[in-house]
Design a protein around this ligand. Structure first.
Ligand code: ZN
Length: 255
């Protein structure tokens, strides 16, 4: 076997080529090659050093928005400055070639859209926008993330002066209902689910591959670490996503 052999790649590309409605599910692992932290990986997981309930909770935001922004803004800036990596671009390429119907993501970084993906469901919201807690106006967040870092003044709604809350879903906050419904619908109706860089430990995202397989879909998993779905998947590629996905896309589109 050559050194760069990727067992399962051939089978995965055949499954993807045969699929008529393939859907991808992505987690933090797809963005770690862009330098973004994984929230739960032992050793480097973000929440190992900070308690999410005190830092990123809705309660913390309501109780002390100044402190909430002070603690989260360096993190948010890192997210806004990150660039898409080859895994994001491979998924976008598959979609524009008609090989991928859409993409469900647990990530809030918006890197899929910046790589060119169009049909994207964001289960945990995003950091691109913020919503006024008083009047509900939605604003782009890019400019005020930098402003806050410079001035320390909390972003306020230009229309009514209310606090702006990032559209990323905070701990203690409901997930967006419409996004969940769409993700479940896609999972029931797809004929292939491609899981990329998700440990599948967080609900409801973690349950979607099970829903897809129960509804008759094939399943491909690309993740460095094992998941509970590995034994039910048709193919598991245990490899870095930024390496495995471009190779899969190449095999499907150019092979
Ligand atoms: Zn407002």
């Amino acid at each position: 076997m050559p050194a760069d052999a990727l067992p399962g790649l051939g089978r995965a590309s055949r499954l993807l080529r045969d699929a008529r409605r393939a859907v991808a599910l992505t987690g933090a692992g797809v963005s770690t090659p862009s330098g973004l932290p994984d929230f739960r990986t032992p050793g480097s997981g973000l929440w190992e050093h900070q308690d999410p309930m005190t830092v990123a909770s809705l309660l913390a935001f309501r109780h002390n928005p100044q402190e909430f922004y002070a603690r989260l803004q360096p993190l948010a800036l890192g997210f806004l400055k990150a660039e898409p990596n080859p895994a994001h671009r491979a998924l976008s390429r598959l979609e524009s070639a008609g090989r991928l119907f859409g993409l469900i993501t647990q990530n809030i970084d918006g890197l899929h859209q910046r790589a060119g993906s169009v049909n994207v469901v964001e289960l945990h919201g995003n950091l691109r926008q913020a919503t006024c807690v008083d009047c509900g106006a939605v604003r782009p967040s890019e400019s005020f993330a930098e402003d806050f870092t410079r001035s320390g003044i909390i972003p306020r709604c230009p229309a009514c002066g209310g606090y702006l809350k990032p559209n990323a879903i905070l701990m203690g906050e409901q997930l967006p209902w419409q996004a969940i419904q769409t993700a479940m619908d896609w999972s029931r109706t797809c004929d292939l689910m491609l899981v990329v860089g998700s440990s599948l430990e967080i609900t409801p995202a973690g349950q979607l591959p099970q829903l897809a397989v129960r509804s008759g879909a094939r399943c491909i998993i690309i993740n460095r670490l094992p998941t509970y779905m590995d034994e039910r998947a048709d193919v598991v590629l245990r490899r870095d996503v930024a390496e495995a996905l471009p190779r899969l896309a190449e095999e499907v589109l150019d092979g």
